[in-house]
Design a protein around this ligand. Structure first.
Ligand code: ADE
Length: 223
């Protein structure tokens, strides 16, 4: 999978891909991440990417020309399954959305700033808008990193034990059951006996019961 991220702050986005699972996914070439600095596509000598809003109003608007140049040059080389704009107005990111994106071949993610992008970018280029929550961030970069993380870990081979992504919370519409590791007894706090029993069938049954009970208690909206 190839993810091309268009941003005015590429440095802000590097770190999440330089550690742990995402780093290994890049090294194993299971995903290719490219950053495109929007300023390089600015059409004037000051490298401006924003301007005042027609009709007035506070805040600057990201201009269509640099964005159009950047996206057109990318589209000239390959087909994109989705051209995503990170925006609080978009559809809320959930596991279903991450699953759908994880089977894409090429996607573009455009990170917004200021008061947003010229509406004509949306009309001409954007195929999907994603929000990571009902709050406003200073820009789309951190939101883009969240989307990438949620998507990349679903690509087969990224997580060593493939079933571990499939048994995540939300993957089956349920919250994951509680997990424990050594010691079996910490100052009197005991791990449930069933998990130490070695009885695989009983353990699976217990996990499912726990998942259902937790979902009912914490996220009844998922049921
Ligand atoms: N840009 C600003 N706020 C955002 C949000 N909540 N989700 C996605 N992109 C954003």
């Amino acid at each position: 999978m190839r993810i091309d991220i268009i941003t005015i702050f590429p440095e802000l986005l590097c770190s999440p891909f330089e550690h742990s699972i995402l780093k290994r996914a890049v090294e194993k070439r299971l995903v290719e991440i490219n950053f495109f600095d929007l300023r390089i596509f600015a059409t004037d000598k000051h490298k401006r990417v924003d301007d005042y809003a027609f009709g007035g109003g506070a805040g600057m608007v990201m201009m269509i020309e640099p964005i159009a140049r950047c996206i057109d040059s990318l589209k000239a080389d390959r087909h994109y399954d989705e051209i995503i704009y990170m925006s609080p107005d978009g559809e809320l990111l959930d596991q279903k959305c991450a699953n759908t994106l994880s089977v894409c071949k090429n996607i573009i993610i455009l990170c917004g700033h200021y008061k947003g992008i010229d509406e004509r970018v949306r009309e001409r280029y954007i195929t999907k808008e994603i929000s990571i929550g009902n709050y406003v961030l200073t820009g789309g970069e951190l939101a883009a990193a969240v989307v990438c993380d949620a998507v990349i870990r679903l690509i087969p081979g990224v997580i060593s034990d493939e079933t571990s992504a499939l048994s995540d919370s939300f993957q089956d519409g349920l919250i994951a059951p509680p997990v424990y590791t050594r010691p079996a007894n910490f100052n009197g706090l005991q791990v449930p006996d069933v998990l130490l029993s070695g009885n695989a069938k009983e353990i699976e049954k217990w996990k499912m019961e726990q998942s259902i009970a937790r979902t009912k208690q914490r996220r009844p909206d998922l049921l």
